[in-house]
Design a protein around this ligand. Structure first.
Ligand code: DSN
Length: 460
C-alpha cells in the first residue's frame, strides 16, 4: 500500500528545497504570500487550489512519452493513460463536447495547432483586431498567426461592441479560410451563432477561443460555442482555476471532413502530436483533470454566477465614481476602464495600483494612442475576488480602493508617477484587510503578523 507516499514526497521535496536552495525556496514562499495578501484583479488569471498545484508537483512529471492513451511510444504509461483518459472524460462532460484534447501546452499552442493543421501558409484568417480586444494568436502581426497566414481584422462599432456587420462584409470580401471569435479584452457576450452563419456562408472554419470565459461557458453563464463553432479552444488557467495549459474541444463537427478527407477529430489529434507538440506534460494533464472535475459542481456554478454579478457591480461602482467603463458595463468577469481620459496611462495606473497591493493589468483600448507597453486602459476581472468569497457587497470597497488610487496618482515626467505616501499606505492596508477577511479558500493561512509583500514599485 502506498497511501501517504505522495504527501510525504511533496512535503519532503519542500523541505529539501528549503535546505538545499534557500534562495529559491524564499522566492517561492514569498510568491505564495504575495498571492494571499494582494488583491488580484487580473482578468486573465485565477488561482489554482492546492490540490491542482499538488498534481503539477506529482511524479507524473517524470513520465516521458509521446502519443495518446493506449497508443504511446514508450512503456510505463499504464497509470498516466488513466490520468489522461480521466481528464478527457471530464473535459467532455464539463463542456458537453464530443471530443477533447487535453495535451496543448497553452491556449496559444491550441490556436497554433488549429491554424497549422486546418490552413495552408498564406491562407486568409479573419480575427478580431488586437487593439479592439482580440488575441495575439488570432492574426496579430506580432505573432506567427499574422506572419505565416494572411490576416484580416474586424473591430468594434461606435458603441464598443463587435461590429458584426463589418465582420460579415470583410468575410464576404476576403473569403477567409478560418474565422476566430472570442477575445482577450471584450466584456460583452459573443454571438457565436452569428459568426457561424458567416463562416458557413463563406466556407470558413469557425474557431471559438473561449480562454477568458471558459468558466462562464461551463457553468451556463455565457452561451456555449462547443456545438456552434467547428473548433473551440481555451486555456485552463484563466477562468478554470487550473494549471497553465490549453484544451481543444469539438462538438457536433467532430466528424466533419476537412479538405483532406479526414475528420476534424483525427486532424486535430495528429496536429497536437506529432505535428506541433512532442511529449505531453502529464503532471499538467493530471492538474487539468483535477480542475475540470470542479466545473460540474454546484459550488462552481454558484461562483460563476457571482463572478458575473460582482463584475457588474464593480463596473457600476466605478462608473458612479466617474470612471469611463468601456461598453458601459459587462456581461462577463471583465471590466475595462479608460484611464487615458483622466490623463493617465495604463502603465502608470497598473504600477500605482500594484504599489498599493492591487494587481491589475494595463490594456490597450479602442483608438489607443499608446502602444501595448503603455496603453490607455486597465483591465479588471473578478475571478479571484469571487473565489475568495466576495460578493456584490464587497465591490463598493474594491471600486473605492481602485478609485482612490486613480484619483490620487499624478504622472510625473521623469519619475513615471507620484502617489502621496499617505494614500498609498491607507489603500495598501485596506486592500490587505480585505484579503485577510476573504482568504483564498483551502490555502493554508499566512501568519497574520507578516508584513504585506506589496512593496512600492520603483519609478522607471
Ligand atoms: N492572453 C493573455 C491575456 O489575456 O492577458 C495572457 O493570458
Amino acid at each position: 500500500m502506498t497511501a501517504g507516499l505522495f504527501d510525504r514526497t511533496l512535503y519532503h521535496g519542500a523541505r529539501l528545497l528549503a535546505e538545499r536552495d534557500p534562495d529559491l525556496y524564499d522566492l517561492l514562499e514569498r510568491e505564495q504570500l504575495r498571492q494571499q495578501q494582494t488583491l488580484a484583479m487580473v482578468a486573465a488569471a485565477s488561482t489554482a487550489d492546492p490540490s491542482v498545484l499538488a498534481c503539477e508537483a506529482s511524479a507524473t512529471s517524470n513520465v516521458t512519452t509521446e502519443g495518446y492513451p493506449g497508443a504511446r511510444y514508450h512503456a510505463g504509461c499504464e497509470l498516466v493513460d488513466e490520468v489522461e483518459r480521466l481528464a478527457v472524460r471530464r473535459a467532455k462532460e464539463a463542456f458537453g463536447a464530443q471530443h477533447a484534447n487535453v495535451q496543448p501546452h497553452s491556449g496559444s499552442t491550441a490556436n497554433q495547432v488549429v491554424l497549422c493543421s486546418l490552413l495552408s501558409p498564406g491562407d486568409v484568417v479573419l480575427g478580431m483586431d488586437l487593439k479592439a480586444g482580440g488575441h495575439l494568436t488570432h492574426g496579430a502581426s506580432a505573432s506567427m498567426s499574422g506572419r505565416f497566414f494572411t490576416p484580416v481584422r474586424y473591430g468594434l462599432d461606435e458603441r464598443g461592441l463587435i461590429d458584426y456587420d463589418g465582420m460579415t462584409e470583410l468575410a464576404r470580401r476576403h473569403r477567409p479560410r478560418l474565422i476566430f471569435c472570442g477575445a482577450s479584452s471584450y466584456p460583452r457576450t459573443v454571438d457565436f451563432r452569428r459568426f457561424r452563419a458567416v463562416a458557413d456562408e463563406v466556407g470558413a472554419y469557425l474557431v471559438a477561443d473561449i480562454s477568458h470565459i471558459a468558466g462562464l461557458v461551463a457553468a451556463g453563464e455565457h452561451p456555449s460555442p462547443v456545438d456552434v463553432a467547428h473548433v473551440t479552444t481555451t486555456s485552463t488557467y484563466k477562468q478554470l482555476y487550473g494549471p497553465r495549459g490549453g484544451l481543444i474541444l469539438l462538438g457536433r463537427d467532430a466528424e466533419t471532413r476537412t479538405a483532406s478527407g479526414r475528420t476534424l477529430r483525427a486532424t486535430l489529434e495528429d496536429a497536437v502530436f506529432p505535428y506541433l507538440q512532442g511529449t505531453p506534460r502529464l503532471n499538467t494533464v493530471a492538474a487539468k483533470a483535477r480542475a475540470l472535475a470542479e466545473l460540474t459542481t454546484p459550488a462552481f456554478r454558484e461562483r460563476a454566477e457571482r463572478i458575473v454579478a460582482t463584475a457588474r457591480a464593480l463596473a457600476k461602482e466605478l462608473d458612479s465614481h466617474g470612471h469611463r467603463v468601456l461598453t458601459g458595463g459587462t456581461d462577463t468577469h471583465m471590466v475595462l476602464l479608460d484611464v487615458g481620459c483622466r490623463g493617465l496611462t495604463g502603465r502608470i495606473a497598473e504600477r500605482a495600483l500594484e504599489s498599493c497591493g492591487i494587481v491589475v493589468n494595463k490594456n490597450s483600448i479602442p483608438g489607443d494612442p499608446h502602444g501595448p507597453r503603455v496603453t490607455s486602459g486597465v483591465r479588471l476581472g473578478t475571478n479571484v475576488l469571487a473565489l475568495r468569497g466576495m460578493g456584490v457587497a464587497e465591490m463598493a470597497e474594491c471600486a473605492d480602493l481602485v478609485h482612490t488610487v486613480l484619483a490620487a496618482v499624478r504622472p510625473s515626467g521623469d519619475r513615471d508617477y507620484e502617489l502621496d505616501e499617505a494614500v498609498r499606505g491607507a489603500v495598501a492596508s485596506r486592500a490587505r484587510a480585505l484579503c485577510d477577511r476573504f482568504p483564498l479558500p483551502d490555502h493554508p493561512l499566512p501568519d497574520p503578523s507578516l508584513p504585506t509583500p506589496a512593496a512600492p514599485v520603483p519609478a522607471a
